[in-house]
Design a protein around this ligand. Structure first.
Ligand code: PHE
Length: 503
């Protein structure tokens, strides 16, 4: 087969921005600060940094390095190791695909709130404190009584979702040359907005109390396995590994370029952002506690509750510029999400499809955008919150990510050979890694990920249906995993001529 010229990042910093942007996402703002507060404050940083260094960084070097070596996205990489492993790459592709279907719906919520911020629609002053939750659940989501009732589409969310996918199409259809340039903005803009939100947060009364909750260390917590579970699962999630995309991003790196230093820079920039975001979030949480004289337990500090209920409460009680702060905060969420979304779509799905089937970029991009949008419609219904950001997230964002990640490290470490990969990476990298890296990849990373799956996953979900849902709904987690796994083996069996197109 003739040598196919692969598309390339036009400069190292475009690649870095794209990789960093993919890692920085909603999780940095609504998951990390909460976990830190929940599990021992400052003490949580210890297992988290350990997880970052012994699991996150070696794993990222592996994904970048394998992508660069084989010059293919995830399925091509595993096919390169041995035809019988290709399914593993596809499994990650399916998980990535399903994640974007609801990740983009959360972005649509954020857009909805950008618009409603102009008039602070959820209410002003004390009324806002009571109004924010009903506004979100009743007005925006029109939440149904449970996963058995889907109800109708919420049209403003459908509009936001359509807007998001149109934007994604235009960012992606010209490939990584444009993606790299766009990423510079989608990383810088939310950072600038976080700085503004932090300054606003710190200048509010009560901020210091919030920060005390965030960081006061409780070293006894280190004995609690939940803390280690929380830290490792957060590291796995926050770096956007295990989702196929980083192999593709790595495959666009020139053969002579660095791998290890880029993995360090990406991982540390992402984690620095999380730590920083915690100050913006908890200064604001402190303000809510003081303004409403309520204990911290009554303020939603995580996930959708933080972003779409607590933050709006805080905004409505601020002395001025309420609309402006609302607009900035929700734009920040949207920008945090968008580079993770195009990473999942382009690196996680479109590139693998093109590598295997040789479709043109425009065609592959259009197909993925349209299908993902259509599936996403399910999550804009009244029952959508239960299915998308909750049940489906548990299936693919938790189990899928961790299982495919652990298996990938095992296959690369033991079948392909950690040493071979290390030598390949070291040849061109700024920082040379030693033989210790082999053991991190072969043993420590998979063991850490499997600990999370078993301790925080199977043991809980088998004892009681996930999330208190009825058994039939919670069982969909296993159905989704089984179906995507089956489809992956099917794709492995499909024979194609590989990529035809020269980009
Ligand atoms: N890292 C992203 C976040 O912290 C989430 C994500 C996971 C995005 C996997 C893409 C792939 O929000």
């Amino acid at each position: 087969m003739a040598e196919v010229t692969r598309e390339r990042w036009t400069s190292r910093h475009f690649f870095l921005f794209a990789a960093i942007g993919s890692a920085i996402g909603l999780g940095n703002v609504w998951r990390f600060p909460y976990l830190t507060y929940e599990y021992g404050g400052g003490a949580f940083l210890i297992p988290w940094i350990i997880g970052l260094i012994v699991m996150g960084v070696p794993w990222m070097m592996m994904e970048f390095g394998m992508g660069r070596y084989f010059q293919r996205s995830a399925p091509g990489v595993f096919e390169g190791i041995g035809k019988k492993w290709e399914w593993l790459g596809w499994w990650a592709v399916f998980c990535a695909f399903l994640i974007i279907t609801y990740y983009t719906v959360i972005m649509a919520w954020a857009l909805r709130y950008v618009v409603s911020s102009f008039t602070v629609e959820w209410g002003m002053g004390k009324a806002g404190a009571e109004g924010a939750a009903p506004y979100f659940f009743e007005k925006v989501l029109n939440l149904s009584s449970g996963p058995g009732v889907l109800g109708g589409l919420q049209w403003p969310l459908v509009a936001g979702l359509a807007f998001t996918w149109i934007a994604l199409f235009f960012i992606m259809f010209k490939g990584v040359r444009v993606i790299g340039r766009v990423a510079v903005w989608t990383v810088s803009i939310p950072w600038a907005l976080l700085v503004i939100l932090l300054i606003r947060g710190l200048t509010l009364p009560g901020a210091v109390d919030g920060l005390n909750y965030y960081l006061t260390p409780d070293f006894n917590a280190l004995r609690n396995p939940d803390l280690w579970f929380g830290a490792f699962s957060q590291i796995a999630f926050t770096l956007s590994l295990g989702m196929a995309g980083m192999y593709a991003y790595g495959s666009f790196i020139a053969k002579k370029a660095d791998v290890t230093n880029n993995a360090f820079i990406t991982s540390f920039s992402n984690c620095a952002t999380s730590f920083f975001a915690g100050f913006a979030v908890f200064s604001t949480v402190g303000f809510i506690m003081q303004a409403l004289s309520i204990p911290i337990g009554d303020v939603a500090t995580k996930s959708v509750g933080l972003a779409f209920v607590s933050y709006p409460v805080a905004i409505s009680m601020m002395p001025g510029a309420n609309a402006l702060i609302g607009i900035l905060f929700f734009l920040c969420l949207f920008f945090l999400g968008i580079d993770s979304a195009f990473f999942l779509a382009y690196g996680g799905v479109i590139t693998p499809i093109r590598d295997k089937f040789g479709l043109s970029r425009v065609k592959a991009t259009a197909i993925v955008c349209v299908i993902a949008f259509l599936i996403g419609l399910i999550f804009t219904t009244s029952g959508g919150l239960y299915w998308g950001p909750d049940i489906l997230d548990r299936a693919v964002g938790f189990y899928g990510l961790l299982l495919t990640g652990a298996l990938a490290c095992i296959v690369v470490g033991w079948v392909y050979g950690a040493k071979k990969l290390r030598e390949h990476i070291n040849e061109t990298s700024d920082i040379k890694v030693g033989a210790w890296w082999d053991w991190l990849l072969k043993v420590v990373v998979p063991a850490g990920l499997l600990f999370v799956v078993i301790y925080g996953g199977f043991m809980k979900d088998i004892a009681a249906p996930y999330g208190g849902y009825p058994l039939w709904a919670a069982s969909m987690i296993w159905v989704i995993l089984a179906v995507t796994l089956g489809l992956s083996f099917w794709l492995q069996a499909v024979k194609t001529k590989g990529p035809k197109e020269v980009s």
